[in-house]
Design a protein around this ligand. Structure first.
Ligand SMILES: Cc1cc2nc3c(=O)[nH]c(=O)nc-3n(C[C@H](O)[C@H](O)[C@H](O)COP(=O)(O)OP(=O)(O)OC[C@H]3O[C@@H](n4cnc5c(N)ncnc54)[C@H](O)[C@@H]3O)c2cc1C
Length: 298
């Protein structure tokens, strides 16, 4: 096998921005294409559910021992760009962190990603979540995805064959059976030529807006609930009295009620109780059932 498998794996609190979650069974980090050829054997051998892990910035993992096999993606490489007539196609490894990509696109005067400033995920996690902000989401920018699935191996798939929705992505059923794991290995984005200073200014503007409205430096996983159609989950939580609501060392942020934050020694049990409280109170007040955006594992 071309990569090492570490047993036991790390605690999820050390792999997630919300800093919650107990010990995993095993961890392997995939770095080169050839590593994926050994994945089926690893998946067969390990008695644990695979979790493809990016920056861990959208995960709420439970306390206690977790039957998870972590699959890290560390195929970071320098973005490769190919100029077209009036756009530039950029090929990226899924392990590249969005802040690194944004820095690169600003230096190279490429526009498109500015509204995603402040999202701490990887390219793979951003595709898998169809991450978005201020009206831009990954689906607007992605043209092709290089996907690995147990059924089809590693292959490029056009974006129009995939399903992208609000914070949702699914590979086509032609390459993956429902419920099977998949790895986003690379992505091609289409960006627009601009000027470095203009791109930088737009990114600074987005960051200023986010800092004013979100607890960007707290331990969190971003917004915990999806916005119901035409409504704001944060506003509903606020009006239902959840802003700043604390349980143990977990709390809904007093800056943005849809951010659940870990004040230091919070537990997943406290986090889940707060989520249930938020969901129940919003339902009582608005008759709307909030759906989690954060992935609750396992
Ligand atoms: C301060 C803060 C602000 C945030 N702001 C936003 C925001 O404005 N908009 C927004 O949409 N999100 C936001 N988020 C949430 C989060 O950053 C995004 O969802 C991000 O895209 C998750 O990427 P990740 O690499 O951390 O994925 P992870 O959290 O590691 O994983 C999330 C999901 O993606 C899957 N996944 C990860 N990598 C891959 C891969 N290579 N192949 C297949 N599946 C994969 C995982 O299995 C998991 O199901 C914020 C989070 C924080 C902490």
């Amino acid at each position: 096998m071309s990569f090492q498998v570490h047993r036991p794996g790390p605690a999820m609190r050390d792999r997630t921005t919300l800093r919650l979650g107990g010990a995993t069974r095993a961890e392997a980090v995939l770095r080169v294409d050839a590593d994926l050829e050994h994945l089926p054997e690893l998946l067969r051998r390990e008695d644990a559910a695979p979790l493809v892990l990016g920056a861990g910035s959208n995960l709420l993992c439970r306390d206690g021992d977790l039957p998870l096999l972590l699959l890290g993606v560390d195929n970071q490489r320098t973005p490769k760009s190919r100029p077209g007539t009036d756009s530039v196609t950029v090929r990226l490894g899924a392990g590249i962190k969005l802040p690194v990509l944004l820095g690169w696109s600003a230096r190279n005067g490429l526009s498109g990603l500015e509204n995603l400033t402040g999202i701490p995920g990887t390219v793979g996690g951003a595709v898998a979540m169809n991450a978005g902000s201020y009206g831009t989401c990954m689906a607007d920018l992605v043209r092709r995805v290089r996907l690995w699935t147990p059924e089809n191996g590693l292959d490029w798939v056009d974006v129009d064959q995939c399903t992208f929705d609000y914070r949702f992505f699914a590979p086509p059923e032609t390459v993956r059976e429902p419920g099977s794991p998949y790895v986003v290995w690379e992505a091609e984005l289409e960006l627009t030529p601009s000027l470095p200073d203009k791109v930088r200014a737009a990114m600074r503007y987005t960051m200023t807006r986010k800092k004013a409205a979100q607890p960007v430096t707290a331990w969190s996983a971003g917004c915990v609930f999806k916005n119901p159609a035409g409504q704001s989950a944060g506003r509903m939580l606020d009006q239902a009295g959840l802003r700043g609501k604390r349980l143990g060392e977990m709390a809904f942020s007093s800056l943005h009620a849809n951010f659940l934050i870990n004040l230091g020694r919070g537990t997943a049990a406290q986090a889940l109780e707060l989520l249930e409280m938020g969901r129940a109170r919003v339902y009582e007040r608005f008759g709307v059932t909030l759906e989690t955006e954060v992935k609750v594992l396992p």
